[in-house]
Design a protein around this ligand. Sequence first.
Ligand code: HSE
Length: 460
Amino acid sequence: MNGDTINIALVGCGTVGGGVAHVLLAHADRVARRAGRPLALRRVVVNDPAKPRDPLIPREIISTDIEAAIRDPNVHIVVELVGGLGVAKKVVLDSLAAGKHVVTANKALLADAGAEVFEAARKAERTVCFEAAVAGGVPVIRALGESLAANQVTAIQAILNGTSNFILTAMAEHGMSYSRALAEAQRLGYAEADPTLDVDGSDAAHKLAILAQISFGVAAKPHEIARQGIDTIDAMDIRFANELGYTIKLLAEAWTGGHTHSTNGAKLSRGGAASAAHANGGPPTVALHVAPVLLRHTDLLAQVRGAYNAVLVYGDIVGETLYQGPGAGQMPTASSVVADLIDLGVGRAQRTFAAAKLWSREGRGFTVEPPERVRSRFYLRLQVVDKPGVLADITRILADEEISISSLVQHEAEEDGAGGPVPLVIVTHYAATGKFRKALERINALSTTAAPAVFFSMGD
Ligand code: HSE
């Protein structure tokens, strides 16, 4: 340990902030050895100073004064753990303007205002670190930005929301109800302050936008990432998927044109429409979406359980690599925040940040593929009246849109001749999302369709 002490202000001391404070105070010697200098927690800014805190935090460093923390000339790094877009954005921009480096776990802020935040950092010649913003304790930002730097990533398939994965695992393995599983995820500190962001796919979309910026240089706006949450999944879908040999996972996926990969021995090409545009001399494109996807039970991502996250990255040089670990929760996220602080202490982060030019105009030429052009197989569950001609009407509509059926499941109704409605599950061959949606509209309009169709992509 040879450098000067680096002083830290922590703004926000909830679940993650409490973990960061604890690691800095309980493991000060280890952190100092790794950083080559002491990292001292000098200020902790909170909303409610009366709330009980980790006993290691000295009372006198706790205050409610954000401005004083940001303006303190002795503070070198501000850690923003407020979350959201309002106060958090101001804390980050004001800290940079005041000459502080910033460490943040705020995926919503980077997805929404990455260009503005990074421009401000470059202007102030300061660094923004955000390992904790994606996949909690899994070091995927470093993997993509540093360890895989020799590659062009061609696709990413990831479980990026611990809460959703926790809920799906609890429903599939323990038959737990959706609402009980969500309450449990909240109790364990995995969920966002507003858990709607977890279950409707928004949180995973924010994280995917960050990974897409690092991997493809695209600054995807929220509306460019097609998004479907787990709130549309019924226990019945989990059972049908299981019967067909599949597990349902909420996946965040990015596919460049022409990407192919091999799963279970089969060569696959999802997102394939993009390859044609690129082959014709157009710019390379990347399709981005967050959606429940049916994965074969044997797929690596199908086996990721509980609040764990996993990121499968396909690189043109390395091939396929997988990063897995706790994606939510106090200590896993604190582990990534403190790693960023250590990197700033060493001086590595400043150099990497300057070289990466993230959210700058020097993109890598990728544009976002319109969601309707993405090709996939689909799982489709209908509630239909059980009478002659119903299936014929549905298969005619699918045929009109050039969609071929791969398999079909209808269980016998308990009382023969009762007329339904009964669930009918269809798995299709590859189809363009746009055509599939057109077919859905027509199927939903049939008088024999008793409830809006439920559909998910297939992972193979
Ligand atoms: N709510 C998030 C999750 C926490 O469940 O994954 C980490 O961003």
